[in-house]
Design a protein around this ligand. Structure first.
Ligand code: F6R
Length: 242
């Protein structure tokens, strides 16, 4: 695992955008899995600027979502669907054949998960996965104690995740569970980029990078990933020793 600490969120986002751009430049048919949320938002903007500014060919790229809120409609601005369309797919003018997202309908969850697994397997797995970090150490919706053996599945979410999750929605929204790629897929990604910024992430980053490695703090597993890269700003790195 590689650890990179930047003076601020902007510089961290520039580095993340460059890494993403290099990945697509080197492999124009890369399969990229993306988290949503505040941590990667600026990096995605900068990535798009780079792609458009360099005239990078995006016609063969393929994206998947990392997760989705169960039973939250895709036209809800707080959904992962909405975020990825607004922040990536539309600005890049991708065709609908170039991405696959979790459909949030709980009544179809088994087939939605099976389909996600099948799409990823048929494309030879994930070349680059970009993730954020929950204050409880989650990756995607793999909460503390998640199974290392699971692929896409429905996860019960911890109260803290449900509480913080409200920040993505315009009004109070009923969220209960998440659909997520599993830790097996996280660890199998050919490269794993973990982004965390801000003081609120400092405690969990300290635990993840300098505590025990294991599914109790899912993001700690990045330390066992051969191509794991953790990019932090100084505030998120503040409690790290040495
Ligand atoms: C969202 C996701 C979550 C977030 C995490 C951090 O798609 O996968 O695991 O990455 O909760 O959220 P932010 O970046 O908003 O602090």
């Amino acid at each position: 695992m590689k650890l990179e600490i930047y003076p601020n969120h902007e510089e961290q986002s520039q580095a993340a955008a460059l890494l993403m751009w290099e990945a697509v430049h080197q492999k124009p048919d890369a399969v990229i899995t993306l988290a949503t949320g505040d941590s990667p938002k600026r990096a995605y903007q900068l990535f798009i600027e780079k792609v458009l500014g360099n005239g990078t060919d995006t016609s063969q790229l393929f994206f998947t979502g990392l997760d989705e809120w169960v039973d939250v409609s895709p036209d809800n601005p707080g959904s992962c669907h909405y975020f990825l369309h607004e922040h990536l797919f539309q600005p890049l003018k991708l065709s609908s054949a170039q991405y696959h997202l979790f459909s949030s309908d709980s009544s179809k969850a088994d087939s939605v998960c099976a389909q996600m697994n099948q799409v990823l397997a048929s494309r030879g797995g994930i070349d680059l996965m970009v993730v954020g970090v929950g204050v409880n150490g989650h990756i995607g919706f793999n909460e503390p104690g998640a199974s290392l053996d699971k692929e896409a599945h429905v996860a019960d979410l911890e109260p803290i995740t449900l509480q913080i999750g409200q920040k993505y929605f315009d009004g109070k929204t009923a969220i209960r569970q998440g659909l997520t790629l599993g830790l097996k897929q996280v660890m199998a990604a050919k490269a794993l980029l973990v982004l965390a910024n801000g003081e609120k992430k400092a405690t969990i980053i300290h635990k993840a990078l300098q505590g025990e490695i294991g599914p109790e703090v899912p993001v700690s597993l990045v330390r066992q990933h051969n191509q794991g890269i953790v990019m932090l700003d100084e505030a998120a790195a503040a409690l790290l020793k040495n």
